[in-house]
Write a protein that binds this ligand. Sequence first.
Ligand code: DON
Length: 579
Amino acid sequence: MQLTRRTLIAVSLSLTLTLTPSAAVFAASPAPAKGEHGMVVTAQHLASEVGVDVLKKGGNAVDAAVAVGYALAVVYPNAGNIGGGGFMTIRLKDGRSTFLDFRERAPLAATKTMYLDKDGKPVKGASLDGYLAVGVPGSVAGFEMARQKYGTLTRQDLMAPAIAYARDGFVLNQGDAASFAGGAERLAKDPAAAAIFLKKDGKPYGIGEKLAQPDLAASLSAISEKGPDAFYKGAIADAIVKASGAKGGILAKGDFEQYAVRELKPVTCSYRGYEIISSPPPSSGGVIICEILNVLELYPLSYLGAGSAGTVHVMVEAMRYAYVDRNSALGDPDFVDNPVEKLLDKGYAKDIRDKIDPFRAGVSKDLMPKGFGESKETTHYSIIDKDGNAVAVTYTLNGSFGAGVVADGTGILLNNEMDDFTQKPGVPNLYGLVQGEANAIEPKKTPLSSMSPTVVTKDGKPFMVIGSPGGSRIITITLEAIVNVIDHGMNIQEAIDAPRIHHQWLPDTVYVEPFGLSPDTERLLAGMGYHLELADKTWGQAAGILVGGKSLDEIEKGGGARYNGAIDSRAAAGEALGY
Ligand code: DON
């Protein structure tokens, strides 16, 4: 066994410590949803139904993912989108896996210092609000490539439900209404957005009220009929470019004409006999999840226990080191030489473990690389079909309702993804991420993401599909769900609902969800030198599927449902739907 003596001392110390009544406060979770033929888990219940209907009609998981992507653009517009971008991790029944990068690109006229004033200081809100914040959208091109290469149904079939919900409207439930209420102030600032999402009295639509989006229905119908050219080369691009020019943006027709999806090899790594298949750069997600898992692999997490000071200690230290790498070394692979091989190397993980003091918190500023100076919403959905094709999609407008702007007549909310770039080395972004040159703005470059749509396999078969929104916390949310299933034996719903902790190197703070750790554990960690911030709100909305049973225990015993789906209890409008 590769445990060093130092580690073992730490382990036994932690165990002694955790034998005091100090387990995290876990609430009971509802049972996961069951399905024998397929499972669709999304953050909006109508979109989950759309996905299951596609599977029932004989479409595969990729078909369902495309239909869900378009549906969420209508029924979950704070994050679902055609004006933003995202990633799709696909693991096919024959064992092949692939990754589609349809994330936004910087406009051709973008410059490294475009969000700085003449004194070199970031202009507040410039990368977040209005047209200057908008990256060239990729979702329409991404869905079309997914459908053409890996789907089986027509674009018209897959887009019809979204068009119907946009044209005829949908009735808001409590979760939907809460999301619109949260965006009301932002949407009020743009007359075109306000005309769609706010009522005549300026108030957001409430529970039981119906929201129709006729302009969006027309845009979707044009895309359905003519394909992505309707978006990238036709009237929609014209309208966006015109509005951008009139309102301080820099988008040009050329930006749209040359947008291209990248098909990339997913990042893979092994963790305790499981294979993790996740997002490569321009996401940091897969690399950083794997780096953290490699570090954790030789700590006995199940023995230390979920939520114990010992487990939190090693997890936070692994996160600390990995986020330094994230924020300093990674960027768009067309522009930066990403040291992926090094970061995924098990020997590199050992070097990190050797630096972790078993008894004390590390100090982030000591890890500052040379020359160095995330709000809501994104959405994740997980789908598996009767043949075992598994698809994980995370896509986003970045902030809730993106840049908060809609070009007249399009009905399409635009992203504020440009904020994911480094505005200036050392200056935190929306998610408090302090990043470096590798992620500096350049024309056509894609900003570094944390989105981590992930498929886990075991013995060559799909085991888990998982991902979440949450800005820079996406990585730790996804990681913790995996660890909760594999190390702590939780069922998929418990693994997703369990309280979260997060550390991202800077600020040097361990964020803890409400009631996430017991007071005794908090005191133990504080005694080790940790600065804890007990958050007043939860974060993330994970969507997961486990194959063969609801937990490892059930899988081992046999007899569990084939597909077990869980939408985060934090996702008020979501649903896991099996059939
Ligand atoms: O790509 C990224 O990492 C961010 N734009 C994701 C934003 C996000 O998750 C916001 N939702 N909570």
